[in-house]
Structure formats: C-alpha cells, structure tokens
Design a protein around this ligand. Structure first.
Ligand code: CDP
Ligand code: CDP
Length: 221
C-alpha cells in the first residue's frame, strides 16, 4: 500500500469526474490531476501539427516529446509545448480524435509514466478511465462515477451553451456514446470499474450531493 492518500475517480464522459474531483481535492487539500487533459493535449497537438491520427508510430513519437504542464491552481490551466491550450483541448474536433490516440499503448505508457510521477508528490485525486485499474492499482479509494447517457449528454449540452458553443444535444450524445465504446473496448487499460471500486450513479444527484458522498467514503476509509 502507498503511504499517500490516493483517490482514483474513473467513469464515462460527462459523469462529473473532473468537476467532482476538483472540488474534493480543494476541500481536502489534495493535489488534483486531470489525466483526460493529457490525452486531449496529445490529440490537440497531433491535429495542430498535421499528423495523421491513424499513424500510430507518429502519434506515439509525439507523445514521447510533448511537454504538458497542468497547473494546480483552481483554473487548471493546461500548457502544451508552451502554448495555453486550456480551452482548445475541449473543442469538438479534439473530443472526436482523442479516443483513437488514447488506444495506442505507446501513448498510454508515456502518459501513465507522467501520471505516476505526479502521484509521488503527495496526497492526490486523479480522474480518468484507468486510474483505479491500471495507473494507481493500490489507491486507497476508488470511485467509479457514472450516470445515464441522456443525463451525461444533457450536462455536456448545458456546459456548451454556457460557453456559447452550438452543438446539438443529439450530436453530443452520439459523440460521447461513441467515445465510451472505443474507451471500454480497447485492449490496453480499457474503461471499466476496478474490482474494488465503489460504483456511484449520479443520475439525478447534484454536485454537492456527489461531493458529500465521496468525502464520506474517504473519511470512512
Ligand atoms: O471529460 P471527458 O469525460 O469528456 O473526457 P476526458 O476525461 O477529458 O478524457 C478524454 C479522453 O481521453 C477519453 O475519452 C479517453 O479516450 C482518454 N482517456 C483515457 O484513455 N484514459 C484516461 N485515464 C483519461 C482519458
Ligand atoms: O469529467 P467528466 O467528463 O466525467 O464530467 P465533467 O467534465 O465534470 O462534466 C460534468 C458536467 O455536469 C459539469 O458541467 C457539471 O457542472 C455537471 N454536473 C456534475 O458534474 N455532477 C452532477 N451531479 C450534476 C451536474
């Protein structure tokens, strides 16, 4: 077992992982690492440099040299080779490209190495798809956060409206469902609950309610 408190939060798109993980980290004074932002950064960089997403070798090479910096401030700024990509990595083009490049073992190996390094710094909450199953298999707390597909699509839709991005609810739902299929069917470290994870269905729950449940689980150890 690790001496540090490690909280692993996994689950499908729009389940509330990053929103909840950030608040929990803030309330308990833990580091927070958004591993999805790292895969998104690689996808963004591949698109921006005109590398074919199908070219596994080239994308893997890119993942090996890319410099990703995630600030631990509350804005969670993401810098990629010196460029502020915080908002760009959330674009629909990146969302559509990310699951393919995240299926490449070479890309995952590199990012997992960086993620494990972060975990050495101290008590941490990490969210993603394979944190409890692969990145931090000895994490003391493992949560698998989920919600119905329509609820998850609706949450993302409302988020887009707030940011002035016009994507239809149907399109968002179809995009996240496709991504979930690729993420859960890939061979290497697929999306699935760890055997010892607490499964939390957040459909119909508010953010505060989910945060309270998780803090209770952490306190009860
Ligand atoms: O926030 P959202 O659920 O839309 O996605 P994300 O957490 O930013 O992750 C984006 C994509 O990165 C996922 O759909 C996965 O393909 C990949 N990912 C992964 O494979 N493993 C992780 N630990 C985190 C993300
Ligand atoms: O990281 P993940 O893709 O799992 O979800 P997210 O990016 O945190 O997005 C979830 C969205 O649903 C955010 O806009 C939250 O404000 C909202 N939400 C939530 O996270 N949890 C609830 N129980 C209700 C709404």
């Amino acid at each position: 077992r690790e001496n540090h408190l490690q909280v692993a939060i996994d689950g499908p798109a729009g389940a509330g992982k990053s929103t909840i993980a950030r608040i929990v980290a803030d309330k308990l004074g833990l580091y927070y690492l958004d591993t999805g932002a790292m895969y998104r950064s690689v996808a963004y960089k591949a698109l921006a440099s005109g590398i074919s997403l199908q070219d596994e070798k080239a994308v893997t090479g890119l993942a090996r040299i890319i410099d990703i910096r995630l600030s631990h401030n509350d804005r969670q700024t993401v810098f990629c080779d010196g460029e502020d990509v915080t908002s760009k990595i959330r674009d629909v083009e990146v969302s559509r490209a990310v699951s393919l490049i995240a299926s490449y073992p070479g890309v995952r190996n590199r990012l997992v190495e960086l993620q494990r390094q972060e975990a050495l710094k101290g008590n941490i909450v990490m969210d993603g798809r394979d944190i409890g199953t692969y990145v931090l298999p000895d994490a003391g707390i493992k949560i698998f956060l989920t919600a119905s597909a329509s609820e998850r699509a609706r949450r993302r839709y409302l988020e887009n409206i707030k940011e002035g991005k016009m994507v239809s609810l149907e399109e968002i739902r179809s995009d996240i469902e496709k991504r979930d299929v690729v993420d859960s069917q890939r061979k290497f470290a697929p999306l699935k609950p760890a055997k010892d994870a607490v499964i939390l269905d957040t459909t119909g729950l508010t953010i505060d309610e989910v945060v309270a449940k998780i803090i209770r689980i952490i306190r009860e150890g």
